[in-house]
Design a protein around this ligand. Structure first.
Ligand code: UD1
Ligand code: CA
Length: 454
């Protein structure tokens, strides 16, 4: 079929049952808003046109969902039929229109293509069969043919017993659209213009309705409340985890793994339980991620190990490095090959050279550390004077004593050593020991005061 394909996504509803200040379609599945997911699936079908009908919190929706679509405003939510009618002026007179929903986030291109193929230039309707069809429109058949949809609130007892349901997703021939939409009325239990009434209109005009049953219910499941959002999130995560396992990633427990973005991985990569991965990430061969880590936009080189409870964001780690447990790598932390970042060490906007170590209780911010240097426990780069940030530059094979305060801007030369507890305010020369602390003295003849005895 080469007739033009248009797609209309209905997303004007408020989502009252979410009990949220955020419009429903901006709630996220796998880190991405439901509406973005639907738009991206729609785009993958390469339609000539996409309209998104918005109403409730329209500005927030448009600002959050940055996609090249035609936004249509439905000022009053008078029903799904009315919503499609709002988009009608943007649709060409020929070809077909596929109707999708901003709150049906997991619909996939394969299902939609099957529906489009089945529809031809007539009507295609995506259906489901549910053990409990409560709340859904029911598919009414006569001699096997689909002749109408009855909404739950308008259904009689016999119709309520039907388990074949309307997913809402359908394909319509544009040549009939304006005629059919003009005939809709709101004489029903909800006083709304029902898109579903188009099925009876098509049938009356002898235009066949081709039903396609969805392969799995979750694909066409809608989100009306937080329970349904959580249920779809889990299905989404489970599917992702299975795909990763299939590709050779070791997940200690696929039920306790969350990927909210993308993950590229090499061979023999292991991820322990309760790890959350966000944004775009790359893990080289043999990388191991310990339990309870949160990792966002990280590139981790082959053989590196991230010990439990570490938090990494917008950072790069070389090969065979060891991070954590309880490490925090903040944006622009660049950790070299074989480097060690230990417990309660925070690194921000800093380069740590090959094999250098900061193993305990340290803050490294706006610093550059060379190769083979050791940063003693409790060291702090004092990078902020209250107005500006300054850099600390540390050379190769340096030994920074425990508890050193490096007041930036300051530099420490190659192979230099600083004494423990020093407050370094001026540059430390290479190959020398620099100590900056008051000398320890012993007061001879001093007597400890004592309370008078009674
Ligand atoms: C609809 C179908 C029902 C189907 C169910 C599947 C109708 C009349 N009923 O019912 O047969 O089983 O979906 O989930 O179509 N919307 C607008 N503007 C409006 C009204 C709705 O944009 O004026 C949008 C909503 O934001 C939502 C979607 O359309 O994304 C569906 O509307 P909703 O009110 O949830 O329809 P249901 O009662 O669930
Ligand atoms: Ca709904």
């Amino acid at each position: 079929m080469s007739a033009p394909l248009s797609i209309v996504i209905l997303a004007a509803g408020k989502g009252t049952r979410m009990y949220s200040a955020l419009p429903k379609v901006l709630h996220r599945i796998g880190g991405q808003t439901m509406l973005e997911r639907v738009i991206d699936t729609a785009l993958s079908l390469k339609p000539q046109h996409i309209s998104v009908v918005i109403g409730h919190c329209k500005d927030a929706v448009r600002d959050t969902v940055r996609r090249d679509v035609a936004w249509v405003e439905q000022t009053e939510q008078l029903g799904t039929g009315h919503a499609l009618k709002t988009a009608l002026p943007q649709l060409p007179a020929d070809g077909r229109t596929l109707v999708l929903y901003g709150d049906v986030p997991l619909i996939d291109a394969a299902t939609l293509q099957t529906l489009l193929d089945a529809a031809g230039d007539e009507v295609g309707l995506l259906t489901d069969v549910l053990a409990d069809p409560t709340g859904y429109g029911r598919i009414v058949r006569q001699d096997g043919r689909v002749v109408a949809i009855v909404e739950e609130k308008d259904a009689d007892a016999a119709q309520k017993a039907i388990t074949e349901t309307n997913t809402g997703i359908l394909v319509l021939p544009n040549r009939h659209l304006s005629g059919w939409l003009a005939q809709l009325n709101s004489n029903n239990a909800q006083g709304e213009y029902y898109l579903t009434d188009l099925i009876a209109l098509a049938n009356a005009q002898g235009v066949a309705v081709h039903p396609v049953q969805v392969a799995a219910s979750y694909l066409a499941a809608g989100v009306n409340n937080k329970q349904q959002l959580a249920a779809l999130e889990r299905i989404f995560q489970r599917n992702q985890a299975q795909a990763l396992l299939k590709a050779g990633l070791t997940l200690r427990d696929p039920e306790r793994f969350d990927l909210r973005g993308s993950l590229k991985h090499g061979q023999d990569v292991e991820i322990d339980v309760n790890v959350v991965i966000e944004g775009d990430n790359e893990l080289g061969d043999g990388v191991r991620i310990g339990a309870n880590c949160v990792i966002k936009n990280a590139i981790i080189g082959a053989g590196s190990v991230i010990e439990p409870f570490s938090h990494l964001e917008n950072c790069r780690i070389g090969r065979d490095a060891r991070i954590g447990p309880y490490a925090r790598l903040r944006p622009q932390a660049d950790i070299g090959d074989e480097a060690h970042i230990g417990n309660f060490v925070e690194v921000k906007n800093s380069t740590i050279g090959h094999g250098s170590k900061a193993n305990h209780l340290t803050y490294i911010g706006d610093a550059e550390i060379g190769r083979g240097s050791n940063i003693g426990a409790g060291t702090i780069t004092c990078n902020y004077d209250g107005v500006n940030k300054h850099r600390t530059v540390i050379g190769d094979e340096v030994r920074i004593g425990s508890g050193t305060m490096l007041v930036a801007p300051v530099s420490v030369g190659d192979r230099a050593t600083t004494g423990a507890g020093s407050t370094i305010t001026r540059n430390c020369p290479a190959d020398k020991l620099t100590v900056a602390r008051s000398r320890q003295t012993v007061i001879e003849g001093w007597v400890r005061p004592e309370k008078p005895k009674k």
